[in-house]
Design a protein around this ligand. Structure first.
Ligand code: ASP
Length: 410
């Protein structure tokens, strides 16, 4: 399945380049058609961002109600998820600080404000204003404390995040045990996941149109930069998946890293081949019980929560990808932007559904946070499918090791 994508992208790019050079007049319809598909695909991706973030976070925060009633198990699991996701984003950001081979190549776009009619000031989550700390903080607060309906309609991700967390928390503390609200919010989150999955089904078509339209921009330099991004992401993901997580598992269970990895090989391979944490969940449950010896009650709490809310590989990828896109689209990043990338990558990995390319909606949230034009995601889509396999395996590995931590500490 994965291998079909790359030839498709190459074919579209070759066709696009050839058409522009040779046959533009007669084949204008193909140009218009791919432009239409590309625009519709981006519009559909943008359409799901706001409801996806809102409902998945609202539902996620309400779930905390269960974890607090589960006492120590809930606290240990949440702490583990928070810390390991934080470590993953840090690894990504530190690695990309040292290894960013693409900066020796020219950026793809010199002036990002020309893309898709977006201007940086519109897209930037935190407008630096006149640069003073006071203006920065006051702009930040205004963004955070905006009317939730306005935030949703204007795609102010910071406002959506704050509203979802605040209202979710208030709901968790207010509604009674038998209230239908938690189920309703879970259902609404599932519905937005389903719509996201439908949109992502059109990915091959979208990719074809994006690559065709980008044909003049997909130079050898751009292809090299994308491959370099792939190598940096893989290196950092491998470090987290082969060193950090197995070490944590070793500390928690005493099982040496290589034995631990061989015990959980089956779900890891399934995650690798399906690119879906959700699809791997049944096998993860079985493996945790039978191979890691964790009791069913713990597995039933830790793993389903992890399959939706704990995505180390995804968070790590999003951090590196944001830095890459900022360079390719000439967006300046300062310390505040790096902190914003860190926080939003963590949060958006919580909201990402465990399906192939599920994080692409959340990735847009990270991009919005630092003013990268949403259209830039087209470039990322060209390479993200093969990388999804490895990050999903690391997402699942993180959940399985969480069961060992929960067994030891709760
Ligand atoms: N495919 C990933 C998962 O299922 C989500 C993503 O990073 O796109 O865990």
């Amino acid at each position: 399945m994965q291998s079909r994508w790359f030839p498709l992208v190459l074919l579209a790019a070759a066709l696009g380049g050839w058409m522009t050079a040779e046959l533009a007049g007669d084949w204008m319809w193909l140009d218009h058609l791919t432009e239409l598909v590309r625009t519709a695909f981006f519009a559909a991706l943008k359409m799901i961002v706001a409801p996806l973030i809102f409902f998945s976070l609202f539902a996620g925060v309400m779930e905390l109600r269960n974890s607090s009633s589960m006492g120590r198990l809930g606290a240990v699991t949440l702490a583990y998820y928070l810390v390991t996701t934080g470590i993953a984003v840090c690894i990504g950001l530190i690695v990309v600080l040292w290894f960013h081979p693409w900066t020796s190549l020219p950026p793809l776009v010199d002036d990002p404000s020309v893309l898709g009619g977006l201007t940086l000031a519109d897209a930037r989550l935190i407008d630096p204003g006149d640069g003073s700390t006071l203006t920065l903080v006051s702009n930040l607060l205004l963004r955070m404390l905006s009317n939730p309906f306005l935030s949703l309609s204007q795609m102010n991700v910071l406002g959506i995040l704050v509203a979802a967390i605040l209202f979710g928390l208030a709901a968790a503390l207010t509604v009674s045990e038998d209230s239908p609200l938690p189920k309703l919010m879970r259902d609404l989150a599932q519905i937005t996941y389903r719509v996201a999955a439908w949109v992502l089904r059109a990915l091959p078509l979208g990719l074809f149109a994006i690559a065709y339209q980008m044909a003049d921009q997909i130079s050898l330099d751009t292809a090299t930069a994308l491959l370099q991004l792939g190598a940096v992401v893989l290196g950092a993901t491998a470090f987290h998946g082969l060193v950090v997580l197995p070490l944590l598992g070793w500390l928690a269970s005493g099982i040496p890293p290589w034995r631990l990895l061989s015990k959980i090989a089956a779900p890891l391979i399934t995650a690798l081949s399906t690119s879906s944490s959700a699809a791997t969940l049944p096998l993860s449950m079985q493996t945790a019980e039978e191979k890691l010896g964790v009791d069913r009650a713990r597995c039933a709490f830790v793993l389903p929560l992890g399959a939706t809310a704990n995505m180390d590989g995804t968070a790590l990828f999003e951090g590196i990808a944001a830095i890459f896109l900022a360079y390719m689209f000439s967006v300046d990043l300062n310390t505040t932007s790096i902190i914003a990338i860190f926080l939003v990558a963590m949060l958006s990995s919580v909201g990402a559904p465990g399906i192939p390319s599920g994080s692409m909606a959340g990735m847009q949230m990270v991009m919005l946070a630092v003013g990268i034009p949403l259209e830039a995601i087209g470039l990322l889509l060209l390479i993200e499918r093969p990388l999804d396999t490895f990050r999903t395996a690391v997402n699942v590995e993180g959940d399985l090791i969480a069961t060992l931590v929960a067994k030891r500490f709760s």
